[in-house]
Ligand binder design. Structure first.
Ligand code: AMP
Ligand code: MG
Length: 332
């Protein structure tokens, strides 16, 4: 008896289907949760198998971020930041607030004042945070900059010291990163090994993605639907500061929320800066610092610091990379 081709076809197809069924593993359903916190959408994705324990760990991570927000927001009169900003003497905030201020003061030092924790008055004046953005007068800007400059906010012997009693603090460029680190710490202590926490572009990656690096798309600063690069990363933080996040236009001029403490005006030399570092707090503050410094000094700062990498899109659209990032970047 001879087998015709058509008689062979069906058994082969069945064999193929059986083979693929044996190789098929159910795709892991990541547990994904999001909440509005710190003025942005915070997403937590956990790859470990979902159990009652992972679910409560995610809730605890969000609760920890809310606790940090309550300490560091300028929008509540009883927050550490509001109390430190008032002229009444108050120098001993919660240890977490001290940690963030001490780290911010260090980045202010490293960036020769491009990063500044004393911009509370100036930031309020521009209205980016409370939703009524406006171009302030030069006189108002000058008044808001009184007392601002290198060393204006420091922590010494567990006390926060300001250059003047009426100097107002703003931790908006660093507190979100710290909150992301705290959330990751909570997840990790609950035994979770593979997760991401993303607070509106402040991202920390815990472990890897099924044995491979996570693929992090960096938003194109001028094309909202496009990525300018994809970074392949594990177990690090990756944070982007861009001039497109909070901005408004008057007479064709873009005003945005990343302010140069020397002029009180939006910094003009970059479109976006992405920083990769061990903690989201450091990456957050450095992204803001490098943005204000501009592509040349900003890149030099990121190169100089150990365990820090970065990608800068300059004002002319050119992209610059630190040397350690070259093998971890894919272009679109
Ligand atoms: P980010 O989202 O991390 O880029 O930080 C932006 C926020 O940081 C702004 O909304 C301000 O609250 C604050 N900020 C703006 N310019 C500076 C600066 N030069 N140094 C420190 N904080 C700043
Ligand atoms: Mg920042």
């Amino acid at each position: 008896m001879t087998l015709h081709r058509r008689q062979l076809f069906l058994p082969l197809v069945l064999l193929f289907l059986l083979g693929s069924a044996l190789w098929w593993r159910p795709a892991r359903q990541p547990a994904e949760r999001s909440r509005i916190l710190m003025g942005t959408v915070v997403e937590i994705e956990v790859l470990d198998p979902e159990t009652a324990q992972t679910r409560s760990a995610i809730d605890a991570a969000f609760a920890e971020m809310a606790r940090i927000e309550a300490l560091m927001t300028p929008h509540r009169p009883d927050s550490d930041v509001s109390r430190l900003s008032s002229s009444a003497p108050f120098t001993t905030p919660a240890p977490e607030t001290q940690t963030v201020i001490a780290a911010g003061a260090e980045i202010a030092r490293q960036s020769a004042g491009a990063f500044d924790l004393g911009l509370g008055r100036l930031i309020q004046l521009w209205g980016f945070v409370d939703g009524t953005p406006q171009r302030p007068t030069d006189a108002d800007i000058a008044a808001a900059l009184v007392g601002v400059g290198p060393g204006d906010v420091v922590v010494s012997n567990g006390q926060v010291k300001k250059s003047r009693p009426d100097l107002q603090l703003d931790l908006g460029a660093i507190a979100k990163g710290y909150a992301v680190d705290r959330a990751v710490d909570v997840l990790q202590k609950a035994g979770i090994r593979h997760a991401t926490v993303n607070a509106g572009g402040d991202i920390r990656l815990l472990g890897d993605h099924d044995g491979r690096p996570w693929r992090i798309g960096i938003q194109h600063p001028r094309q909202p639907q496009a990525v300018s690069a994809t970074l392949l990363l594990s177990d690090v933080a990756v944070v982007t500061s861009g001039d497109y996040e909070r901005a408004f236009d008057i007479d064709g001029i873009r005003y945005h929320h990343l302010l140069d403490p020397r002029s009180g005006l939006p910094a003009r030399r970059c479109q976006a800066v992405t920083v990769v570092a061990k903690t989201a707090m450091q990456a957050d503050a450095l992204a803001t610092a490098a943005f204000v410094l501009g592509p040349v000094d900003g890149l030099a700062l990121l190169e100089r610091l150990p365990d820090v990498e970065g990608l800068i899109v300059a004002a002319d659209g050119k992209t610059l990379l630190t040397s350690g990032l070259a093998e971890r970047v894919q272009w679109p």
